[in-house]
Structures are given as structure tokens and as C-alpha cells.
Design a protein around this ligand. Sequence first.
Ligand SMILES: Nc1ncnc2c1ncn2[C@@H]1O[C@H](COP(=O)(O)OP(=O)(O)OP(=O)(O)O)[C@@H](O)[C@H]1O
Ligand SMILES: [Mg+2]
Ligand SMILES: [Zn+2]
Length: 281
Amino acid sequence: MSCSLCDDTGWKAVEIDGARRVDRCDCWRDALTARLLEGARVPPRYRRCDLDSFVIYPNEKLVAAVKVARRFAEEFPAAARGLCLIGPPGIGKTHLAVAVLRQVILTRGARGLFYDTRDLLRVIRSTYNPLVRTAEMDILRPVMEADLLVLDDLGSEKTSEWVEETMNLIVNTRYNERRHTIFTSNYEDTPDDSDPECLKARIGFRIHSRLHEMCEFLEFDGADYRHLPPNGGVDDLMAMWKVKPSRRTLPARSKGPVRAQLRQPEGRGRELGWSGGKAGS
Ligand SMILES: Nc1ncnc2c1ncn2[C@@H]1O[C@H](COP(=O)(O)OP(=O)(O)OP(=O)(O)O)[C@@H](O)[C@H]1O
Ligand SMILES: [Mg+2]
Ligand SMILES: [Zn+2]
């Protein structure tokens, strides 16, 4: 299809201070952005996520998280630190991470990349060959070099020495190169190290330590959006958030029926300490 501005050359004539110059045509920029968006590997479900479509309701921590995410996207690449979004399922962590990723691709032409942590490790493992590491590096290089990487569902991977070593390589490389990363996780960043379900225990103390320097931690809870009725709105979200039992009412690390109720209906099988009670309630 021919472009009326540049006749498909990718360059258009412009006038700057009275002088005729050439500049990249809009069609060239649009094509580049489309390629970058395509290359970012955002799952189809999240391809339309943006910050403006993220519904907020009077939930202080959630509102604050959206504000910080927005500021990060506006300041990118000058933002001081990446983001670590932590909280229970369905509150919009992946939505927010993708919204920021898409925004920096669209407005800054950034090379963005999305990976679910378990998927990434599975892909790397499938290419793993201790003698020839080229295939593995083909996957790892863009992950380590992306201007903005979203690593979704951190801590959900089954830990092993190989997993920790691989995650260390990725996080450490990005840390050393000062590249921005957005992590999401269901695992709380509790100070209690002995808790096997805390973030530090899930990802290892070395990555955990780097994460704190690389990222602003945004922990929030809220209504599980996946349970919102089709025509539901802000009032429903508020109501759903309020009826959730308070965290404090849960027996710690109990394997009993209360925790069983917290399992995801999708059968993702994650047993979480979260119950999403209103902060401070
Ligand atoms: N505040 C919101 N406004 C609009 N859509 C939302 C909001 N919160 C969540 N969603 C939508 O609900 C669905 C679930 O959200 P999302 O996947 O981001 O949750 P999550 O916190 O990442 O959950 P999990 O921990 O299970 O990965 C998505 O389709 C997302 O777009
Ligand atoms: Mg998610
Ligand atoms: Zn053109």
C-alpha cells in the first residue's frame, strides 16, 4: 500500500527553519512501532491493556501503584528504578506491567519484552545444551538486552539450582547494565525469612537483594477482577474487596479448608497466603 506522504520511501520532506530537509515518515515510525509491539511477546489477552483502561476505585495502595506506574512510563528511560508489583491474583498486576510496557514502546520506541517467568525458563531449558550454548543465548540475549523487560509471576517457578543460576544470570546482567525491569509476583515480601512462601525464599536471597535496588516495590491488594460480573463497576469492585476476609483471620500457613478456598478457580494450584483484606483492616 503506497503512502501519500513518502511514496513508500520511508522519508518525507519537511521544512525546518525555512530550510527543506527530509525526515522519517509517519508510516515508517508506525511500522517500526508495530514491529516492536509484535516483538514484545505480550500474550493476546493483554494486548489491549493500557493505563487509561485500568479501572481504579478507592483503594489507596492500588491507586498509588497506578500513579507510580504512570510516572515510570512517563519518565522512561530516565526513571530511577523499575517496578515490582506484588499482590494476590486478579488485581491487575500483569495488566499494569503490560500497560507500562506498551506505553514505552509506543511513546519511546523502546525495545520491550514480556515473559512469564515459568515460560521463559521452559524455553531456555528446551534449548539447553551444556556444550553448545548458542541456542540458549539466542533466547537469553534479548531478555538481558531489552530496554524494558517484564518478568511476570516471579517466584512461581519450581526452584532448583539451575533455575536459580539462570535467574541470577538474567537479573544480575540487567542489574549491572542498569536496564529497567518490571516484575510481578504473588509472593509477599515479608521480613520473616523462615517463611517458605515469602518472596525471598522463593527467588533466593541474591536476586531478592538486587530486586530491592533495581525496583520500587508496590504491594497492594484488591478485588479479583476475574470475578467481576460482566456489567460490574467500581461499586462491585469495592464490595468484592470489602467482603474478602482479613488476612489476620487466617491461620498462618494452614493447610486447612480456609486456605483451600483461596486456590484459584482456574486450577493454577497456587496456595497463597493472600486473602486480600483491606489494608490495615
Ligand atoms: N483495575 C482493573 N481495570 C481493568 N481491568 C483489570 C483491572 N484489574 C484487572 N483487570 C483485568 O482482569 C484480568 C486479570 O488481571 P491480571 O491478569 O492483571 O491480574 P494479576 O494481578 O496479574 O493476577 P495473577 O496474580 O493471577 O497473575 C485481566 O484481564 C486484566 O486486564
Ligand atoms: Mg499476572
Ligand atoms: Zn510514508
